[in-house]
Design a protein around this ligand. Structure first.
Ligand code: CA
Length: 472
């Protein structure tokens, strides 16, 4: 059997609910939908630390943030933990990475394990971006999403007999949302359906939720995010609801226009694989480093364990080995990606990546039932009260039915300083009764039993993944 190629497409902050294959109410993504139609759509894939750099380090290494050391966007990947591309390279694969890296752009934090790479410094720019490669720094003309695709297709065309793995890492649709000129007429302001929780008042929620500064009402940068001044009649607390509506339409318009370029370029990539006769034995993955709040709870951004931020879109197509049009409802995480891709290439992750903590979900993608598959996942957001969004550190557990969250109010593991302003707080949600996560049941007497079960599960997961609970 010939070994498969891998084309791993990852965008930045693309929420599943902005993909029509996932039932988006706000946009259409016909090319991404091809992957769901011709492959497997995973419906319960969760990010273990919902922010850019940590998710990227987790995907490369199959480890949690406390193992690979990239627990915040301020961390640099030190290459001490082995990555799945390095295993592939050693096994004879040709490897490349194009686009966003965001694991430290200087010195030893540049990409390793790739035969070719070209990356954006930091978040990168949308128009005529600066890029860094082994040859140095240059400005590349064009639109970032097109450029990342062009570089990837050109590199694929240079490949010979060896199997290849290319990571196609779009910077879009990361803030500030700067669409390509050709998409500027799509989803005009005023036309976009609003989410049910746009005016969430956080009535039963923790202090951490109320303190976060990521509201559409007050926290976007008017000049760079919204790009036109908020009208005078929408200013002030008494006009809050009208202002949220106005900002939402402009924010989501630009976000969805950026997504449309990704969709176009995924279509271009799939067409190219068809033309080159590579489709049948190439694994194509589409995912995003985490989800995003699209006005849900009145927010933009991510970081929190709540579902719109926690969920990663994940669609995988491999015509020779995976069914078409199937769904996988099991709980998967970004920790599992490395083990899964290595198994697909005939490699054993536990042997090749001694520190890795994931499980291959390849059998699940083939439709095989696995009674031993985990029914819960562990989450930990490490940054505490950092600029600009002031989301507080928390950990928690999500099962198919429930979510338990603990805001322990202390700094990053390394300094660990306790925040004494407020006491720690718990939240508990019944996702079947309350999928929007509006009713915190942590102190509900009738839910004391399930809370105790979830606290025990949280402790079990922390021990399993060798993380430690915060102790004041
Ligand atoms: Ca991101």
């Amino acid at each position: 059997m010939s070994r498969p190629n891998i084309v791993f497409v990852m965008s930045d902050d693309h929420a599943a609910h902005a993909i029509s294959a996932y039932g988006s109410r706000v946009n259409r993504t016909p090319h991404l939908d091809r992957l769901a139609r011709d492959g497997v759509r995973c419906d319960a894939t969760f990010c273990t630390n919902s922010i850019c750099s940590p998710s990227r380090a987790t995907i490369l290494t199959g480890t949690y943030s406390h193992i690979n050391g990239v627990d915040s966007i301020y961390s640099r990947f030190d290459h001490a933990t082995r990555t799945f591309p390095s295993v592939l390279q050693e096994a004879g694969y040709r490897t490349a990475l194009f686009g966003k890296w965001h694991l430290g752009e200087t010195g030893e934090s540049l990409p390793q394990d790739f035969d070719n790479w070209q990356i954006f410094p930091d978040q990168g720019e949308y128009h005529d971006p600066t890029m860094i490669s082994p040859a140095g720094e240059e400005q590349v003309e064009g639109y970032a999403t097109d450029i990342v695709t062009d570089l990837s297709l050109d590199w694929i065309d240079e490949q010979g007999e060896e199997p290849f793995c290319v990571l196609v890492h779009h910077k879009a649709p990361h803030r500030p949302w700067e669409p390509d000129a050709k998409h500027r007429d799509l989803y005009p302001a005023g036309s976009i359906p609003e989410p049910a929780t746009l005016f969430d008042d956080f009535a039963t929620r923790s202090r951490a939720v109320r303190e976060a500064t990521m509201t559409l009402a007050d926290d976007l940068d008017i000049a760079t995010d919204i790009k036109e001044p908020v009208p005078a009649e929408l200013q002030g607390e008494e006009n809050r609801e009208a202002r949220i509506r106005w900002v939402y339409q402009r924010y989501l318009r630009d976000y969805l226009q950026c997504v449309q370029s990704i969709d176009d370029n995924v279509g271009r990539l799939l067409d190219h694989l068809d033309q080159r006769g590579l489709t049948d034995n190439t694994i194509v993955v589409y995912t995003s480093d985490q989800g995003f709040f699209l006005g849900d709870h009145g927010w933009y951004d991510k970081r929190f364990i709540y579902d719109q931020s926690l969920q990663m879109p994940l669609m995988i197509r491999w015509p020779e080995h995976l069914p078409a049009g199937e769904r996988c409802g099991e709980i998967l995480t970004n920790v599992d990606f490395a083990a899964t891709l290595l198994e697909a290439c005939g490699l054993d992750a536990d042997a090749e990546l001694p520190q890795q903590q994931g499980r291959s979900f390849l059998p699940l993608l083939r439709g095989e039932a696995d009674e031993t598959w985990p029914r819960s996942m562990y989450y930990r957001y490490w940054e505490h009260d950092s600029e600009p969004h002031h989301v507080w550190s928390h950990y928690g557990v999500r099962t198919h039915r429930h979510k338990l969250v603990y805001f322990y109010n202390a700094g990053l593991g390394t300094d660990g300083s306790k925040d004494t302003r407020y006491p720690p707080e718990w939240e508990l949600y019944d996702l079947e009764e309350d999928p929007e996560e509006l009713r915190n049941l942590a102190d509900s007497p009738e839910h004391a039993g399930i809370r105790a079960e979830l606290e025990a599960e949280l402790a079990r997961l922390q021990e399993h993944y060798r993380d430690a609970p915060y102790v004041a």
